[in-house]
Design a binder for this molecule. Structure first.
Ligand code: FES
Length: 241
């Protein structure tokens, strides 16, 4: 017989603001190799079909299942219950708009982030479908690949002190996105243009260096290194301007 787990889950429906948020305890028996994805689905199937939470891939790819698990922002589908105590508290990620219970809207936030950072290759080069592919060095390709591993789960944002008090802060995911284009040799933006986007208190200079983003990234992207890279570039650009 497995352990008896108690999941204390934050319940709130923004469409019924008269019912204040509360923690509802759910008991269930732990199974071998059980993840929080399995636990939450069991609760929804067997105990409360109204429980709201998000999952798509179950494999740490889609970034939908970010939540606070005993206070730590991380992915529920990647979290085994055996690594948690008997009492587990689940809350939605802060900063993002709450849709209900554990479900938050990260999509709108990330779409706005992509628009703010203009997260696409900017070049004057005309597209030529007959041309050979642009070449780049292995190091450049690897640096782009590293930044592109971000699954936009929002865990770095939910755990970030600055993002929690400044809704306009780009956060580690945003700064990582900017780093991705800065290292891309096809992007022709000048440092001054990047400075406009990220050389501000809402950008790279808003970070106070608590490093929660780095600690909480489920993909283990070295976010503080990305931040240091962009900050160095922007500090030099600021001196030249
Ligand atoms: S369900 Fe896709 S990352 Fe967890």
């Amino acid at each position: 017989m497995g352990r008896q787990l108690t999941l204390h889950i934050l319940r709130y429906n923004p469409d019924k603001p008269e019912v204040k948020p509360y923690l509802q305890p759910f008991k269930l028996e732990e199974e071998e190799r059980m993840t929080l994805f399995v636990a939450l689905n069991k609760i929804r199937e067997e105990q409360d079909p109204t429980l709201q939470f998000d999952f798509v891939c179950r494999a740490a790819i889609c970034g939908s299942c970010g939540m606070l698990i005993n206070g730590k922002p991380t992915l529920a589908c990647k979290t085994l219950t055996k690594d948690l105590p008997n009492e587990i508290t689940l809350m939605p990620l802060p900063v993002f708009q709450m849709l209900g219970d554990l479900s938050v809207d990260t999509g709108t936030w990330f779409r706005e982030l992509n628009i703010k950072t203009e997260a696409w290759i900017k070049t004057e080069k005309k597209f030529d479908p007959t041309a050979l592919e642009d070449r780049m060095s292995n190091d450049e390709a690897l640096a782009i690949y590293e930044a592109d591993r971000c699954i936009e789960c929002g865990c770095c944002i939910g755990g970030c002190a600055t993002a929690n008090i400044n809704p306009d802060f780009l956060g580690a995911a945003g700064i990582n996105r900017v780093a991705r284009f800065m290292v891309d040799p096809r992007d022709e933006r000048s440092e001054a243009e990047y400075f406009e986007i990220v050389g501000t208190g809402e950008g790279v200079f808003g970070c106070v260096g608590l490093m929660a983003c780095d600690d909480n990234c489920p993909m283990e992207i070295p976010l503080q290194e990305q931040l240091a890279y962009v900050r160095r570039k922007m500090a030099l650009a600021g001196i030249k301007m």
